[in-house]
Structure formats: C-alpha cells, structure tokens
Design a protein around this ligand. Structure first.
Ligand SMILES: [Zn+2]
Length: 137
C-alpha cells in the first residue's frame, strides 16, 4: 500500500493517456483537428463541432491563477491533515483551464493573475497529479 488515503482519479482508457503522461512529467491536452478547439479534460468528442478527430498536445505547463481559495479548516476528512491547502483554477497559456492545488509557496502571497508553473506529484506508483507553484523565472 502506498499510504495515500485521499481520493484518486478514475482511470478510463481516455484519462489513462493524460495520467500516464503526467507520470512522465508531461501535461497533455487535446485539440480538435477539424475546428481547432482546445479541449480539457480529455473527451472523445469535440464539444464545439462534435468531431472525433482530436489530437493530443503537450502543454508548456505555464499559466496564471484565475481564482483560488485557501482552506484552513473544515476540510473533508481525507484532506484534513493537509490544511491549510490552496485549491485553484489555473488558466494555461494554451487556453484551457484546470482545477488543481497550488503548492510550494506562502499562501498569503497568492493572487489572481499570478504566473504559475506545473509540478508533478507522484502520489502513488500509478498516479501522478499535476499541481502548480508560483513560476520561478
Ligand atoms: Zn471541433
């Protein structure tokens, strides 16, 4: 057993592509080959034109905080030991958004539009979660 007691993502044939890439420290998203729509979380159909002609692309893993919250208390039991923790929606430079944690920082310094970059947290041998930290540059 890994000792990781928090909920893990549901692995499907489609999400497996994304999480296998995370394990290799790559943040992947999809783009529709017919209309150019940027797609995240992975889908079988383009939500814009219903095409099945979707391709995978690798994100540079850079973006900005769109919004965030820091939980100091009353977290669900599985997350109580992590308090305080920051939950955020990140707007990636490629044009998709993802909900994630912000780590490796003083939460008091976080602000909307702050540049962030992806880091990969291997929580189990199978699952690596993409999280973000303030961009170093
Ligand atoms: Zn499309």
């Amino acid at each position: 057993m890994s000792g990781y007691n928090k909920p893990l993502p549901l692995i499907t044939p489609l999400s497996k592509v994304f999480y296998d890439a995370c394990r290799d420290k790559k943040l992947m998203y999809q783009q529709c080959n017919d209309c150019g729509e940027i797609i995240f979380f992975p889908k079988h159909l383009c939500p814009n034109c219903m095409s099945r002609n979707l391709g995978w692309k690798e994100s540079k893993g850079k973006g900005k905080i769109q919004t965030f919250t820091v939980t100091y208390e009353a977290a669900p039991p599985e997350f109580a030991a992590d308090q305080p923790y920051a939950l955020a929606i990140i707007r990636l430079d490629e044009g998709f958004r993802m909900m994630t944690n912000i780590v490796e920082c003083d939460f008091n310094t976080l602000s909307c539009e702050m540049p962030v970059e992806v880091v990969f947290d291997a929580v189990t041998p199978e699952i690596t979660l993409p999280k973000f930290r303030p961009a170093v540059k």
